[in-house]
Design a protein around this ligand. Structure first.
Ligand code: DQA
Length: 148
């Protein structure tokens, strides 16, 4: 069962970028831990700072993968194209954010992608990704098909 963890712009700088908000650990450092915690899933990881590359990746996996855990970074608040891509696919998507976007600037309160996701997990730093994967794990016994 393949799950894509998809990170958008500036998330390659995790660990160095505003550590008070995003934490001190890089995603590469965290990923092996996540893989060990979910041995039933094949966790693929892709990060890009480019909207088109994120779109291509969503198109590539969005009809075959079991799930997508998506932190779209700032594109969360701006990208109609990414929202349209999530509307087009049938793999379920969980939106994640490291920071609690509801407690930050007003422009971060609006997610354009949220309506095309199963739900959103925000504010638990890197643990947001683990919580999202627990959703997919809980789905396994019940799962009969994709979202439509
Ligand atoms: C973020 C929140 C976004 O508002 C911001 O632009 C990011 C990271 C988060 O994980 O908290 O780049 O998605």
């Amino acid at each position: 069962m393949h799950i894509l963890i998809l990170n958008g712009p500036n998330l390659n700088l995790l660990g160095r970028r505003e550590p008070g908000i995003y934490g001190t650990r890089s995603f590469d450092d965290y990923l092996p831990e996540l893989r060990a915690a979910f041995p039933d899933f094949t966790l693929e990881y892709f990060q890009s700072n480019h909207e088109g590359e994120l779109l291509d990746k969503i198109h590539e996996v969005g009809f075959t993968y079991y799930g997508i855990v998506f932190n779209a970074g700032a594109y969360t608040h701006t990208s109609i194209a990414l929202a349209d891509a999530l509307a087009a696919i049938n793999t379920p998507v969980v939106e994640v954010h490291l920071s609690n976007v509801a407690a930050r600037e007003e422009f971060r309160h609006k997610s354009l992608i949220g309506r095309h996701c199963i739900g959103s997990i925000s504010g638990f730093k890197l643990d947001s990704y683990r919580l999202a994967l627990h959703y997919f794990e809980g789905l396994k016994p019940k799962r009969v098909g994709f979202k439509r």
